[in-house]
Design a protein around this ligand. Structure first.
Ligand code: AMP
Ligand code: MG
Length: 309
């Protein structure tokens, strides 16, 4: 996607005046606001209908800027060198002198930070005098947006501007790692846990038990708003049938996540496919078994939450 500087300038103009702007990232589109401003960040919660207790991830363009707000450590440095910019978020200790708004952390002494890869958003961040708090640009518990059109569908004219960056490359949210004391996986995401473990030279697992309080990891999330059945072999005629691999036979109920069981491609297509099914007015969704390896684990995590009622 070509960089349009006039759009980046427009986004900056609005953000400088405490408005929210939707921004493209490699994971999903974000609803961004000045992370140092109480006024700007409170608008994010209102627009998304997100509970105040659910803290926001803050996006930076440089390590230098991040150091103004957080304490860093060796594990952070290792993971930063290997994966940033990229789809990984770190929870770090907030510095006492940090200007991050209390809305962002819900008053906690920890901060979730990320360096997004999308070059349009990186250029925008480098022009700003503050980092951007940005959760996904969707209404709370709904499907995350992977294109400008999706964001428009979520918010209509309620947001002033959507910075267009084309379709997102990963299509799933970031992996979140708590780096305060012992490293711990808080959310599965765009980077496989196996790769993170390799860099830290320590095997990490994703378990329900967490050493810190992790709000906002609710069981019901990422929902297309209709019932979903998982690990299905045989679908019913009133169900859209989501498949991991293309089949030879045509069926109007079939929706493919990938051509050839490629899990990265499937991740990229997941939210787009669920949104399409919803628009076609199917009342139910059946999903065939998705291999629970690599990014397949993240896909299964999202589908499980989306299937909760
Ligand atoms: P998202 O919903 O994609 O904006 O991701 C935000 C999630 O990051 C929250 O729901 C929490 O699970 C996690 N998170 C954000 N800030 C913190 C924090 N300060 N401490 C622990 N977890 C956090
Ligand atoms: Mg979200």
């Amino acid at each position: 996607m070509k960089k349009d500087l006039s759009n980046i300038k427009k986004a900056k103009y609005l953000l400088d005046r405490n408005h929210c702007v939707a921004i493209p990232t490699e994971t999903v589109y974000g609803l961004a606001a000045n992370a140092y401003s109480n006024q700007a960040t409170s608008k994010i919660f209102k627009l998304k209908k997100r509970p105040k207790s659910n803290p926001l991830i803050v996006h930076y363009s440089s390590m230098q800027d991040l150091k103004k707000d957080c304490e860093i450590n060796d594990n952070f440095q290792k993971l930063y060198n290997r994966f940033c910019p990229g789809p990984i978020t770190f929870v770090l200790k907030l510095k006492r002198e940090s200007k991050i708004s209390k809305n962002v952390t819900n008053g906690k002494k920890t901060l979730a930070v990320r360096f997004p890869k999308n070059s349009i958003t990186r250029t925008l961040l480098s022009c700003l005098k503050y980092p951007l708090a940005a959760p996904s640009a969707n209404i709370y518990t709904q499907l995350s947006p992977v294109s400008k059109k999706d964001v428009k569908e979520e918010f209509g004219n309620k947001i002033k501007f959507i910075l267009d960056g084309g379709n997102t490359k990963i299509g799933l949210e970031s992996t979140i790692i708590n780096l305060i004391n012992k490293p711990q996986v808080l959310r599965l995401g765009g980077i496989e846990i196996k790769k993170v473990s390799k860099v830290l030279k320590k095997k990490l697992n994703y378990t329900k038990k967490k050493s810190i309080n992790v709000p906002g990891q609710s069981k019901f999330h990422y929902s297309p708003g209709i019932p979903i059945r998982l690990n299905v072999k045989k679908f019913y005629q009133d169900e859209a049938f989501v498949l991991i691999q293309k089949r030879k036979k045509f069926d109007k109920n079939y929706f493919y996540l990938s051509k050839n069981k490629n899990l990265k491609e499937a991740g990229k297509n997941l939210y787009k496919t669920l949104r399409k099914i919803k628009k076609l007015k199917f009342q139910k969704i059946a999903v065939e078994k998705i291999p629970n390896i690599g990014i397949g684990q993240t896909i299964n995590d999202r589908l499980k939450r989306a299937s909760k009622r």
